[in-house]
Design a binder for this molecule. Structure first.
Ligand code: NAP
Ligand code: MG
Length: 412
């Protein structure tokens, strides 16, 4: 490759680079080699979050990577294995069933994950009115995910007791049941809800999109109303002026109304949802837009620290085939967009317009290659009938993007 004639794009602050596992780790290496290193004087603080290194460091590497992201402001992460029982058998050297790295990082950054589909003109979403991506922001703490539940077999009464540190008590009757029953107690904290709201407003400003928040305050008059009030309070005290200056809207509506509106909408907004609602709606939105391989994810902390990644996993089945010598057609789009997003953000923060523009050009190069019909197998199954398609393997796809990217950079 003749890279000499390029003056590589400069960086000042390093990115936090978190390497990962299996097929995505292979893609990660190729993306760097073919699409980043020839053009950018890449500066990263590298953390190997591959399963074996997490094991060797007793997962300290994950904590270090999260703290580095907090310190430097921007990170990019490869998909990683969260070991389950089956993985413990596959990797007998594991000394522990290590926790999900994403969970650890999210807890340290106290962040919210924003999931957005990469939208292509020739892959029509199931909902025909959707023209722009809908980004789902799911609150990642509490509610039913941290609930205590109980199943009882005899008649009786359940009570709800809160004992304050001052000694003051609040007690209420939940229900008196005349037979077997099930019970559930759930909670959230004001701090977590407030940080969730701040991440959402911050990300809406960063990406210049309207923000919707929806829950069920008509039924849940104290619990869900608290979410609604905290969002409104944060909006008015911190963000309203900036939203108005940018012509953006924040609005609250009931969850059922929001679902109906989302289906009728053209997309192009951020939809903040409570934990369970976000769990359910994000899978619906992802599937309706096309493919898991085209979903990106950004973890945003309340003070604006960003970690970019693909939403999909390590694509294990493809990795086993790759290991057996097969050239797989694994889609690298979401992982490329994690890199482009991180480099653009770094460029914006460090006032390096060329670096920010590089992120845009990398994405344009991908779109141009796809529009020419060159794509991985998963996408070929989703395109409009009649659209000409040439299925390629991952490396061929990345090579085609590199050619386009070179053209775009030379034009500038
Ligand atoms: P997955 O890696 O997302 O893959 C599931 C299936 O979706 C694949 O077998 C493939 O279908 C399709 N797919 C996903 N991404 C694709 C891509 N880029 N290109 C083409 N096809 C793609 O989910 P999984 O197999 O359930 O999980 C594998 C590992 O990933 C697990 O160990 C899990 O812990 C981990 N994981 C990590 C993260 C993360 O780090 N953020 C998230 C989720 C899961 P076909 O086989 O039909 O082609
Ligand atoms: Mg889900």
């Amino acid at each position: 490759m003749d890279d000499k004639k390029y003056i590589k794009i400069k960086m000042t602050t390093p990115l936090v680079e978190m390497d990962g596992d299996e097929m995505t780790r292979i893609l990660w290496g190729w993306i760097k080699e073919k699409l980043i290193l020839p053009f950018v004087d890449l500066k990263t603080e590298y953390y190997d979050l591959g399963l074996l290194n997490r094991n060797a460091t007793k997962d300290q590497v994950t904590i270090d990577a999260a703290n580095a992201t907090k310190r430097l402001g921007v990170g990019v992460k490869c998909a990683t294995i969260t070991p389950n029982r089956q993985r413990m058998e596959e990797f007998p050297e594991l000394t522990e069933q290590w926790k999900s790295p994403n969970g650890t990082i999210r807890a340290i950054l106290d962040g919210t994950a924003f999931r957005a589909p990469i939208v292509l003109p020739f892959i029509r979403p199931v909902v025909s009115t959707w023209k722009a991506p809908i980004t789902v922001a799911r609150h990642a703490y509490g509610d039913v995910y941290k609930a205590v539940d109980l199943r009882t077999s005899e008649p009786g009464t359940a009570k709800f007791v809160f004992r304050g540190d001052s000694g003051a008590e609040k007690v209420c009757d939940i229900h008196t049941s005349d037979g077997p029953a099930v019970w559930l107690a759930q909670h959230n904290t004001e701090k977590s809800i407030r940080n969730f709201a701040r991440s959402c407003f911050q990300y809406a400003l960063d990406t210049k999109q309207d923000l919707w928040f929806s829950c069920k305050d008509t039924i849940s008059k104290i619990y869900d109303s608290a979410f609604k009030e905290i969002f409104q309070d944060e909006y008015q005290t911190r963000y309203q002026a900036e939203f108005e200056r940018l012509g953006l809207k924040y609005f609250y509506t009931l969850i059922d109304d929001a679902v109906a509106r989302a289906i009728r909408s053209e997309g192009g907004f951020i939809w903040a949802l409570k934990n369970y609602d976000g769990d359910v709606m994000s899978d619906m939105i992802a599937t309706a837009f096309g493919s898991l391989a085209m979903m990106t994810s950004v973890l945003v902390s309340p003070d604006g620290v960003c970690e970019f990644e693909a939403s999909h996993g390590t694509v294990t089945k493809h990795y086993y085939r790759y290991r057996d010598g097969e050239k797989t057609s694994t889609n690298p789009m979401a992982t490329i967009f994690a890199w482009s997003g991180a480099l653009r953000k770094r460029g914006q923060l460090d006032n390096l317009p060329d670096l920010a523009a590089f992120g845009d050009k990398l994405e344009s190069a991908c779109f141009q290659v796809l529009e020419s019909g060159v794509m991985t197998g998963d996408l070929s199954r989703l395109v409009e009938p009649g659209f000409p398609v040439k299925i390629v393997n991952s490396e061929e796809f990345l090579d085609a993007v590199a050619v386009k990217l070179r053209e775009l950079l030379e034009k500038a």
